[in-house]
Design a protein around this ligand. Structure first.
Ligand code: NAD
Ligand code: MG
Length: 395
């Protein structure tokens, strides 16, 4: 069998580690060509020892020599690179056929686009890419014939619940709605009064999933579900009115597709990201992921609720940005990244995250985004506007 040759962008993060766990179970199928990390150089070193990649990329040049020396001493000839250009280079290597896009936030946009422009099979965890540049990104996917496979558990579930020949045509497929499930996060049943005093560590303690800190805060504000609504719009070519969010605290049903005849098709499983990762790595085949089988009698109950847009205004802000179109989602994403970073730094109260985003959406004019430079300019502008708003709500 020809082994798939892999670049893992964001290898040292939660998704990256889960990806390498699945890959290690199938050394006959996958060969790691490049791994990238940012500041967790020790983790990257250990991953290099295990997977022996041709390239390793760190965030900063100051970390290059140290890592290269340690790898040489360990008998590896892995080439160490640094910085954003190196990320693009390893995403676009001719010998690589599959790229896992698992960097968090806007930093992943250009490396993921570099992989798309080489027509690679792109496994997309980095949802911010579609939120900030969805129209442009999907156009590049079509132009270059890239194969885009969703890793986000909800979108992977929707992908599995759609017909194989779906091809972005909900009318022909008879799709009525996409129902995205949401755990509700750690504060699903907390009062507004309680939300006022949420700390970063409380926000990062998720009931069902162990994830990076940024997406954990997004889950706590429910902006994560808002970003996923936008992500679903671009991935599946459905209108905002066709995307619904349903709270499902057990996270067993990962999302559903409702058809015009009343049928609802869903994907279920234990909440473990190795399932969507293995699905996308092997698609259209199936491989073992190391995930325990679902034990329905042990789970006993699945429950559902309406989302509360009053306690979780970020969800409404995401729908607002999607409906506004143009650069609105770019602005939303940039303001959210600034606000979440400030909250994690102890500079912004939890409930002010939504306020900073709303104020930024009000302040930055909505415009079309003709090209990548317009996306990057809107991103930069929205970040600086959001930074200026932080002082309004001191922690
Ligand atoms: P994480 O914080 O655990 O890992 C992020 C990775 O990106 C790390 O390898 C880090 O080194 C790298 N990175 C961060 N900033 C960088 C920069 N400026 N330049 C280069 N590399 C940088 O995050 P995660 O939880 O693994 O999430 C990754 C992406 O996957 C996010 O977009 C998230 O929304 C999405 N996602 C995650 C999960 C999950 O269960 N963790 C589920 C669905 C989607
Ligand atoms: Mg998700």
């Amino acid at each position: 069998m020809m082994r798939r040759k892999l670049t893992v962008l964001g290898a040292t993060g939660s998704i990256g580690v889960s990806t390498l766990d699945v890959v290690a179970r199938h050394a006959d199928r996958y060969e790691v060509v490049a791994l990238t990390g940012n500041t967790r150089v020790d983790v990257l070193f250990d991953q290099c020892l295990q997977h022996r990649p041709r390239y390793a990329v760190v965030g900063q040049e100051k970390d290059m020599a140290g890592l290269a020396g340690r790898l040489r001493s360990a008998g590896l000839d892995t080439e160490v690179l640094a910085g954003p250009q190196a990320l693009e280079r390893v995403a676009a290597l001719p010998e690589v056929d599959t790229v896992m896009a698992a960097i968090v936030g806007a930093a992943g946009l250009q490396p993921t686009l570099a992989a798309v422009r080489q027509g690679k099979r792109v496994l997309l965890a980095n949802k911010e890419v579609l939120v900030m540049a969805g129209a442009l990104f999907m156009a590049e996917v079509r132009t270059h014939g890239a194969v885009l496979l969703p890793i986000d558990s909800e979108h992977n579930a929707v992908f599995q619940s759609l017909p194989p020949d779906y091809a972005g045509d909900p009318v022909r497929a008879g799709v009525s709605h996409i129902l995205l499930t949401a755990s509700g996060g750690p504060f699903r049943s907390s009062s507004l009064e309680r939300l006022k005093t949420v700390t970063p560590d409380e926000a990062c303690t998720h009931p069902n999933w162990a994830m990076g800190r940024k997406i954990s805060v997004d889950s706590a504000t429910m902006m994560n579900k808002g970003l996923e609504v936008i992500e679903a719009h671009w991935l599946f070519n459905v209108s905002p009115d066709q995307i619904e969010v349903v709270i499902h605290p057990q996270s067993v049903i990962h999302s559903l597709v409702q058809y015009v005849d009343g049928s609802v098709v869903a994907e279920l499983g234990n909440p473990d990201m190795r399932t969507p990762i293995a699905h996308a790595l092997a698609w259209p085949e199936r491989i073992a992921a190391g995930v325990a089988p679902l034990n329905l009698p042990a789970i006993a109950q699945l429950s559902f609720e309406q989302p509360d847009f009053d306690r979780f205004p970020c969800l409404a802000l995401a729908y607002r940005a999607l409906r506004a179109g143009g650069n609105a989602a770019t602005i939303l994403n940039a303001a959210n990244e600034v606000a979440v970073a400030a909250f994690l730094d102890g500079r912004l109260p939890f409930l002010a995250i939504a306020k900073v985003i709303a104020a930024t959406l009000d302040a930055v004019p909505i415009a079309q985004i003709p090209d990548l430079s317009a996306v990057l300019a809107d991103d930069t502008r929205a970040r600086s506007v959001a930074e200026d708003f932080l002082v309004r709500w001191p922690a």
